[in-house]
Design a protein around this ligand. Structure first.
Ligand code: GAL
Ligand code: MG
Length: 997
């Protein structure tokens, strides 16, 4: 049965009706505009065919609702929320869409006066998802498609003085939907601004500018093409820089197009590091418009792409339009806040995944300085899953639809110097329609590079782009001349889902090492959680929380920016990894450092260096170094003016370095921290003490409980269960349960491919510790309790023979040692374990925390660039990172001691060798079970984890696994620590005391 396309919104031969050609949005325009944002009357229907008769005619709309424009209707109570990554929520039957096609009819009136009507009236929609019809005063004005691009209609002939009626009918599904299958919530409606332009009869329609550089990269070559609605008889133009005119002229023409050229000596070139902009103004007597121009030259030379002659590295991020309450409707303020944050976090590039952003977004990128990959609104990922990926991509019947998306993007955005690549879309395989799109782009603009990851062979693209390439594959790309040896970019990597990504440094090292690799874009900026207030709880919903099926659940919670705009630990990590400055110590010297400049254009005199010598918790010397003249891509050795100082006993010393912005910039004040580095000083003065004996320890062994106590300490053991039951004083148990071995963590999103095995094959969450022996020995000043256990999990042949030694001293301290010997009496064991360590429990009143180790935020073995050694204070809850989807969090690496306290009394735990630490008010099990933070069941005690080793995070939810060295294998281990009660305030002093063993 062959159906004929009868519905406009299913007709792939129509890219629009009555729609004007796309054009530049002017930076400034003297023409009057009228915003049509605000409340519109709204009627929601299950299908367009159900529209009431005469809906497009002027008249009152009784019983209609009101809706905000712009907004998405799913977040205004209509239709339903649905999230899918790849799947179309309907059969693949292009170009047809379901009969059940949620439809919104929007209506409002516009009052126009006679003066307005002397000029033309242009109606502009900045974004409507997914297709729409427009009527003015009952007459059809046009039809538009491509959700994330503007559509303009000339409605001059349809309007009159006085009240005018405007009707817009929006279809959720259209043939265009087949090309808009991006990984995001399905959202519909007029979601970007709507406005009227009061256009001159002889208006300037378009001003296309191009600023490039000559071969010396010093002279700016400027060209402009001005297009009028009618022949532009006369136009005066000027080019200015920071308010000063640098060139000007007058142009006369009989044609509708005028070309202007200018040459500027010693121009200030635009780069993301030096976002220098010029303003080009055209005046026709009746209208004045301004567009901005940046002088920069993009080219490929010696197989690298270069900006102004320099090979650059992209440290980018993928950006979706997103807001937790408004969905895809974002304000200018949010856009600017996003861009500022990116700049503050050392990000120098942004990919508009996977559609063009608001016009304003690019103005911000121009001003703040970001390299942009602008991407066409095109993805048909669902076709991959039916193994007919090229179905429409390689079908010429769809050519116009494909080409239109690229062409209109280029026509709208080509003046922005920030845009260095045009991307033809995402995840849509390759075929004839992309070849046509590439050709069309090159005809319009050959000054930029063409990108499209789906062109797997880099047949028509200028760069070879891949996503989530593993390190091994990346190395191959870097070392072999494949795909025409085109420069490589990683359009997506470092999947920031949940806790992670880890292992970013390995990627950055590759980018920096290999010439061919020119960086990449982290996936992604924002967690797409939906703000929810329910029963007094605030939380963020993800796929499935609305009963939506099928769904990819929390796969949309994969950004470095949490929904409430809190930068995640992953964002702090990324900032440090990609920082344009790095510092390392120089072997054999305590004062020499090597500082490297990874900027592509700035000299290091743009920054200042703050240094301090820190005695664990206190700076004892500090200073600033300025005038660091280091050229881009160069490095130098500096000597810090550290004066000799006396060593305090039992104290570690560090050099803490922060690289700061020297002057105020658009995005941060002078002093803003760009990078921090810590270099441990290899100096220490050890001093040992002898424990003072107190009253004799008493030992009792009754009913399976072994008690060791005196006036200062009380430790209770179960001789049946082979464990420490409590530790503290006579009237208070500080530890409410002693160490139990543990190899499990509440799985993180990046464990998703390990989780099934870990939990349903190796039962890591089901530990059992069987007692082998318990004995004790009384000495003059201490009692030693020895416990042997066998640790394993349900139905496993691997395990550990554990020997615990508890030495209780009469002074109140207890030294604990655990030796674990790995055994395997069968064949199977996990490829690696989440961790090897112990858990203990403590009195829940001990909520104040202090630790000496990495901090202040969480750190993992493959994500600790944002942490340095120090003494930090917090609370148990404060040490938690509240991920939208609960999972392991809050770990601190390299902890040498910690103290938990109730404001007065506390428990101090000093490690023999540094261990990983987690302190939490919940168990791993409750974390694993909870679907949202409010559902995490609180534990009755403070849960303490001390890890001999804790596996890395990796980014395997969509990307590289943990590096081999960051996977915890079945192995022998040992850990040791000393417990004692302390009063808060004395812990640092107590922690520094070392005893002769
Ligand atoms: C990529 C895709 C993105 C997103 C990501 C996973 O394949 O291009 O849009 O789906 O995977 O989060
Ligand atoms: Mg996809």
């Amino acid at each position: 049965m062959v159906r004929k396309a009868v519905k406009r919104w299913e007709d792939n031969q129509i890219t629009g009706i009555g729609r004007r050609n796309a054009r530049t949005s002017f930076y400034k325009d003297s023409q009057k505009r009228m915003s049509l944002n605000g409340q519109w009357a709204f009627l929601y229907l299950d299908a367009p065919e159900l529209s009431p008769e005469g809906f497009e005619q002027p008249g009152p709309q009784e019983g209609w609702d009101q809706i905000d424009v712009p907004s998405v209707w799913q977040l205004r109570g209509y239709d339903r929320m649905h999230y899918t990554d790849v799947l179309y929520p309907f059969p693949i039957n292009p170009p047809y869409v379901p009969d059940e096609n949620p439809t919104g009819i929007y209506k409002r009136t516009i009052c126009l006066d006679e003066a307005w009507l002397e000029k033309d009236t242009i109606l502009k929609f900045h974004g409507v998802d997914s297709a729409f019809d427009v009527w003015v005063n009952g007459m059809h004005a046009g039809f538009g498609k491509v959700s994330r691009l503007p559509s303009e209609f000339d409605i001059t002939k349809l309007v009159k003085a006085g009240v005018n009626d405007l009707t817009v009918r929006v279809y959720k599904w259209s043939d265009g939907t087949y090309l808009e299958d991006q990984d995001m919530w399905w959202m519909s409606g007029i979601f970007r601004d709507v406005e009227l332009i009061n256009e001159e009869k002889n208006a300037i329609l378009d001003v296309q500018v191009d600023g490039t550089l000559d071969d010396s990269y010093q002279t700016g070559l400027f060209t402009a093409r001005i297009t009028g609605k009618q022949p532009l008889k006369e136009a005066a133009w000027k080019l200015s820089y920071r308010g000063e005119m640098v060139a000007s002229g007058e142009a006369f023409a009989k044609e509708a197009q005028i070309c202007v050229n200018a040459e500027l000596k010693d121009v200030h070139p635009w780069t993301a590091e030096t976002p220098e902009l010029y303003e080009f103004t055209v005046n026709t007597g009746t209208q004045e418009v301004t567009v901005r121009c940046g002088f920069r030259r993009i080219e490929i030379k010696d197989d690298n792409f270069r900006i102004n002659g320099q090979v650059i590295l992209l440290n980018g991020v993928n950006h979706h339009d997103y807001n937790p309450t408004e969905g895809r409707t974002v304000t200018r303020e949010q856009m600017e806040a996003d861009i500022r944050l990116m700049k503050q976090y050392n990000i120098n590039a942004v990919r508009c995944s996977h559609y063009p952003a608001n016009e304003y977004f690019y103005d911000l990128c121009d001003s703040y300085g970001l390299y942009v990959i602008n991407e066409a609104d095109l993805e048909c990922h669902g076709f991959e899953w039916v193994e007919n990926y090229t179905w429409i991509t390689d079908d010429p019947a769809w050519e116009a639809m494909y080409v239109d998306r690229s062409v209109r993007m280029v026509q709208r955005d080509r003046n922005h110097p920030s845009i260095i690549m045009w991307s033809m879309g995402n995840e849509s395989a390759f075929g004839c329609n992309f070849k046509s799109a590439a050709k069309a782009i090159r005809t319009l603009d050959d000054t930029r590079l063409i990108h499209y990851e789906g062109d797997f062979e880099a047949e028509v693209t200028d760069v070879y782009s891949t996503m989530y390439t593993r390190l091994k594959g990346l190395k191959e790309i870097a070392e072999y001349e494949v795909k025409g040896n085109k420069p490589h970019v990683m359009c997506e990597y470092g999947h920031a889902m949940g806790n992670g990504p880890g292992g970013l440094k390995a990627y950055q090292d590759m980018y920096r090492k290999y010439k061919r690799l020119q960086g990449g874009f982290l996936w992604e900026w924002y967690d797409h959680g939906i703000y929810t207030e329910e029963d007094g709880e605030i939380y963020y919903k993800y796929g499935g929380n609305y009963g939506d099926f099928p769904t990819n659940g929390n796969f949309c919670i994969d950004g470095i920016l949490m929904p409430d705009r809190t930068p995640s630990p992953g964002m702090e990590e990324y900032k440090q990894i990609i920082a344009p400055v790095d510092i390392t110590g120089v072997e054999g010297s305590m004062r020499k450092i090597c500082i490297s400049n990874y900027y592509d254009f700035l000299d290091l005199d743009a920054v200042t260096l703050h240094w301090e010598v820190v005695a664990e918790d206190a700076a004892i010397q500090e200073g600033w170094m300025t005038d660091l003249a280091v050229a881009p891509h160069d490095s130098t050795v500096l000597t810090l003016p550290i004066a000799p100082f006396e060593l305090q006993a039992n104290t570690d010393y560090y050099i803490n370095l922060t690289v700061c912005q020297k002057e105020d910039s658009l995005f941060a004040p002078a002093g803003h921290e760009i990078k921090k580095v810590q270099i441990p000083m290899q100096i220490r003065r050890d001093e040992f003490s002898v424990r003072e004996a107190a009253d004799q320890l008493r030992v009792s062994d009754r009913a399976g409980i072994l008690t060791v106590e005196n006036s200062l300490v009380k430790a209770r053991f179960s001789t049946v269960f082979g464990k420490l039951l409590s530790f503290g004083t006579e009237d208070r148990a500080y530890l409410t349960e002693g160490p139990r071995m543990n190899v499990y963590r509440a799985t993180i999103d990046n464990d998703m491919y390990k989780k099934e095995d870990w939990m349903n094959k190796y039962f890591l969450q089901k530990p059992v510790e069987e007692t082998a022996y318990v004995n004790w020995e009384e000495e003059a000043d201490r009692t030693i309790v020895r416990i042997g256990t066998y640790f394993s999990c349900y139905n496993q042949s691997w395990g550990f023979n554990c020997n615990y030694t508890y030495e209780i001293y009469s002074c109140g301290q207890m030294h604990v040692e655990l030796q674990g010997k790995a055994v395997q009496r069968g064949k199977l064991e996990p490829e690696f374990f989440p961790r090897i360590g112990i858990t203990m429990r403590a009195d829940r009143k001990l909520q104040n925390t202090m630790w000496y180790g990495m901090g202040p935020g969480e750190s993992y073995v493959d994500s600790k660039a944002a942490s340095v050694m120090g003494i930090y204070k917090n609370t148990v809850d404060g040490m938690m990172t509240n991920y939208v989807f609960p999972q392991e969090n809050g770990h601190r690496e390299q902890v040498k001691w910690f103290r938990i306290g109730d404001g007065r009394d506390g428990l101090l735990c000093k490690m023999k060798a540094p261990l990983g630490l987690n302190l939490a008010n919940y168990t791993d099990e409750s974390l694993e079970q909870a679907q949202h933070p409010f559902a995490i069941e609180k534990a009755d005690d403070v849960i303490i984890h001390l890890d001999y080793l804790h596996s890395g995070l990796g980014s395997n939810s969509c990307g590289e696994e943990q590096l081999e060295e960051n996977k915890v294998k079945l192995q022998d281990f040992a850990l040791a620590f000393t417990l004692q009660t302390v009063t808060e305030g004395s812990e640092i002093r107590e922690a520094r005391i070392q005893y002769i063993e």
